[in-house]
Write a new protein. Structure first.
Length: 414
């Protein structure tokens, strides 16, 4: 059999082929739901603050629960936990579909169901981070598994929001939720077919709170890991505001409708897809810190472009740049951490990375309030300035303090 190209090498793993096939179908539905929820929140309320509140409800559980979820996955079977969370997610999305299609959906119910979705995702995300090693089967494939995950997410991101926009304009958002609930079945079938050997268990484990403290101390004592994890919350706070404000720009700035929202979200996905494809060609741990650093700067350029866009075409290009910057940061951070972290601390360390992403809801809430007060263009330009400042700090802290960075990174890392 002819060897797979370098950027597709992880597909040689049976488990990963099965898993990613189910995930691609599910991601399509997930993007449709994300687009539908943003539009529904703005349609029901006419308020940018409510749109921000929906984003807050979706992500605040991750901020609060991620460290505890990390302890749980270090102590349990990640595959079984993912199967449970995906079943619960199917039920949650199905409920959202029934209430929306029957006309009983309200803003409080939408926020409550988004909060439940965030609760499920908090444990699902931590379990998936642990599952990555088992799916790869070989640590040398870790970077390619993570990059291909990003590519699959963003390939479906190209189609999902655009399809959602057409369906919302034609038959309403409830159909998007129904399709998403159906797509989860593909994931459940794939997860049932995956076979991963259970991790060896420690005969005597300390108290969960003791393990939590051990994980925090481990991340803090390793300077490169600490600096990467400190950048995460700042990027999450402001780095994804272009997606949150997409319905506002689509309707109020560019004078469009749900289809315009779909185009903006899909174009952001195109930029993310380019970033994932680029990272799939990288080799070794050395390349990823540089990509982590580039993420905030490219995202900043995209945000300024969105703020200054006089027309939709330039806005679409700027959305693509914003998506590219976000993906470079997220995927590079995830890949680098997975490569250098100790196996027995993986769940807890990666949960801290997830906790950093949990700052997104705080940014959502603040952005909704600022947008209502000062307008979307000024608000997103302010977020661009924060990205510029945080990226500059990271370059100084991570690179300039270590002239021979690659050797030092691997020396400091476990």
């Amino acid at each position: 059999m002819k060897p797979l190209p370098h950027f597709l090498r992880a597909l040689g793993s049976r488990n990963y082929r099965i898993y990613i096939t189910g995930q691609c179908i599910s991601y399509l539905g997930n993007w449709m739901t994300a687009t539908a929820s943003l539009w529904l929140a703005y349609h029901l309320s006419g308020s940018a603050f409510i749109v921000g509140l929906v984003g807050f409800a979706n992500w605040i559980p991750l901020l609060l629960l991620a460290p505890f979820a990390g302890v749980l996955v270090d102590r349990t079977d990640g595959l079984k936990l993912v199967r449970i969370t995906q079943t619960l997610a199917t039920l949650q999305t199905g409920t959202l579909a029934v209430l929306t299609l029957s006309g009983h959906i309200t803003v409080p119910i939408l926020i409550g169901l988004c909060l439940l979705q965030g609760l499920i995702y908090s444990f699902d995300d931590a379990a998936r981070q642990m599952l990555v090693v088992g799916l790869a089967g070989d640590r040398a494939l870790l970077d390619n598994v993570i990059a291909l995950n990003s590519i699959s997410i963003n390939l479906t991101r190209l189609v999902g929001p655009a399809l959602a926009g057409l369906l919302i304009a034609g038959v309403g958002p409830g159909v998007c939720y129904a399709i998403d609930a159906s797509c989860y079945l593909a994931v459940l079938v794939a997860l049932a077919a995956v076979r991963i050997a259970p991790r060896p268990t420690r005969p005597q484990r300390p108290h969960p709170l003791t393990e939590l403290r051990e994980g925090l101390a481990y991340a803090w004592e390793h300077a490169p890991i600490r600096r990467v994890l400190l950048l995460g919350p700042v990027v999450s706070l402001v780095g994804f505001t272009h997606t949150l404000l997409a319905p506002v720009f689509a309707r109020d700035v560019f004078g469009g409708d749900a289809r315009t929202l779909g185009f903006l979200m899909s174009t952001s996905g195109l930029g993310s897809l380019v970033g994932g494809a680029f990272l799939s060609t990288r080799r070794g741990a050395f390349a990823f810190p540089r990509a982590i650093a580039w993420g905030p700067f490219i995202g900043c350029a995209g945000f300024f472009g969105i703020a200054l866009s006089p027309s939709l075409p330039l806005g679409l290009l700027s959305y693509a740049a914003a998506g590219l910057g976000a993906t470079l940061f997220l995927v590079s951070t995830n890949t680098w951490l997975q490569q250098v972290v100790a196996d027995d601390k993986r769940g807890r360390t990666m949960s801290l990375f997830g906790m950093g992403q949990g700052f997104y809801p705080i940014g959502s809430l603040l952005l909704g309030a600022f947008t209502a007060a000062i307008g979307p263009q000024v608000a997103i330009a302010g977020c661009g300035l924060v990205l510029l400042a945080s990226g500059s700090w990271f370059v100084r802290a991570f690179f300039h303090s270590s002239p021979s960075l690659p050797a030092k990174v691997l020396a400091d890392a476990p």
